[in-house]
Design a protein around this ligand. Sequence first.
Ligand code: KG4
Ligand code: ZN
Length: 365
Amino acid sequence: MARVLAIETSCDETAVAVVEAEPSWPAFAPRQLSSVVASQIDLHAAYGGVVPEVASRRHVETLPFVLESALQQAGLGVAEVDAVAVTCAPGLVGSLLVGLMAAKTLALLYNKPLIGVHHLEGHLFSGFLATADLRPPCLCLLVSGGHTSLIWMKDYGEYQTMGRTRDDAAGEAFDKVARLLGLGYPGGPQIDRWAQQGDPNRFPLPAGKLDHPYDTSFSGLKTAVLRLVQQLQQEGRELPVADIAASFQACLTRVLTEKALACAEALGLSTLLVTGGVAANRELRARLLEAGRPKGLRVVIPPVALCTDNAAMIGAAGLCHWLRGEVSPLDLGVASRLPLEEIPALYSKGGRDYREVLTGSAVAL
Ligand code: KG4
Ligand code: ZN
């Protein structure tokens, strides 16, 4: 049984988890022994979005307590894990650095290998934590506040981005439209709630046509909602919040569903994994499940706690690399952007004794 301690601080959640797994390829069924997430949402709500500098400072304050709590819940000490995994890209550079420095410190103190993890690869692995018989190849629709991507997972560690957003991520569009409607931050859950009582056909909105079959663009949709709101306000009418929320949500979820299904079909894939914060959206879940059924497409949507940012998913991805003999060098840095295709650059085969690296007499194990 292999175990990792995992740290995630790429945006506004300070998270630590302990995850274990047995090598059983081609199946990979990691199990979380603990997963603690301290959200900063309340801190950033006053600004209507994440303030990077504020986020980094809060990570510094919170991380020691989250770490202690995750180890306590797992009933383990750092000495009892095999490696330390940490998100190193993409994300807010200052926030990523807090997690990476903590992980490097633990790796050095306890002489454990360091495993840098790509945040989006982490999201993919929420599927393996949630569904024991999930295995590649599959298509992943990753929809969060920062990303809207269709990722073809060919095998463990082998990915190809098939579609991405040209402008706003899906969650970002939810948040911006919620702000236009005077709803709070984060806006996705609010729109989801208001849309339940609204008429999705009242306001026809543009889907944003693109020349690429799987890329998305939601800025036109967002601007259309802005114009609609301005027009209604000029006419002195009360905003039909529920109908606007329902019309916007219907348009956005229809686009995501159509693109994901078309991509899965074109690649001949029979499994669609949906993850990221927007995977919590009830209409998106319902649409994907309903559209997938007649096509024989298995739609896997992990529980919300695994879809939103957490360290268990980072631990699961880190474990997969560890079990394949891939560890990161101790001079690993952070990056605000990193294509999924460049994940192999984060690892070197074989491990290193970091204490020996420090004393200048490194040996490859
Ligand atoms: O994955 P996540 O927790 O954080 C990152 O962006 O990495 O995703 C947060 C995003 C926010 O934009 C939030 O508004 C959106 O997910 N979200 C939702 C729902 N719950 C969260 N969007 C639509 N419907 C929801 N129920
Ligand atoms: Zn995320």
